[in-house]
Design a protein around this ligand. Structure first.
Ligand code: ATP
Ligand code: MG
Length: 187
């Protein structure tokens, strides 16, 4: 049994994945940690403070491991996982996510790009493209961990999560676009 828990950084994947693992007796597996520990990257992007991953090697090495057991895989890159029984995409309101990512002390560019990805549903789209029919999206914005677990256990998924219908989010997107444009010469 392979369960993927995915979503933009800061949505709560770690906490939720560990709880699912404990509840369903699965092994928790954090893909980004695995990538770093096994040096499955090609270079480090200083500007974004993140690694450029070697996708082919990650797929190969991860494939070997997940053949052998039952896992909950936490990842921001669902397409790196070759097979899954169920994919949960956690979504969080962009205004809240923005405040939370700011607190991590990340660069303005890194925060802006990640919150923009949440607004546009980038990871959700990637998950649906690869795991069509197995994706369950959950808006976790006002939910406690227990409530999220209940929804996951009962497959109470949101049909769609579209932040762009919110005027405040549209304004935030404009602000983020300006921040990203201000880095134009560096990108
Ligand atoms: N249901 C929740 N209610 C309130 N706070 C939460 C909830 N789930 C997680 N958090 C808090 O939100 C923050 C982000 O959670 P977490 O680190 O699990 O995110 P993540 O999606 O794993 O991020 P990353 O992709 O960087 O690993 C943490 O401070 C965590 O304690
Ligand atoms: Mg995490």
């Amino acid at each position: 049994m392979i369960i993927i828990v995915t979503g933009t950084p800061g949505v709560g994947k770690t906490l939720v994945s560990k709880e699912i693992a404990a509840k369903f007796n699965l092994t928790y597996f954090q893909l980004s940690q695995f990538i770093i520990e096994n040096k499955l990257y090609t270079e480090y992007d200083e500007l974004r403070q993140s690694y450029i991953i070697d996708e082919d090697r990650v797929k190969e090495e991860l494939g070997k491991i997940i053949q052998k057991g039952n896992f909950v895989i936490e990842t921001i890159y669902p397409s790196l996982v070759s097979t899954a029984d169920m994919v949960f995409v956690l979504r969080k309101h962009p205004l809240l996510l923005y405040d939370e990512l700011k607190k991590r002390g990340w660069s303005d560019l890194k925060v802006a790009e990640n919150v923009e990805a949440e607004i546009l549903g980038v990871i959700s789209q990637e998950a649906k493209e690869v795991f069509n029919g197995k994706v369950c999206e959950i808006d976790v914005t006002k939910l406690s961990t227990e409530q999220i677990l209940y929804k996951i256990s009962n497959k109470q998924c949101n049909e769609t999560v579209d932040w762009l219908t919110d005027l405040e989010v549209q304004k935030l997107l404009e602000k983020l676009d300006n921040i990203i444009s201000s880095y134009e010469n560096d990108i």
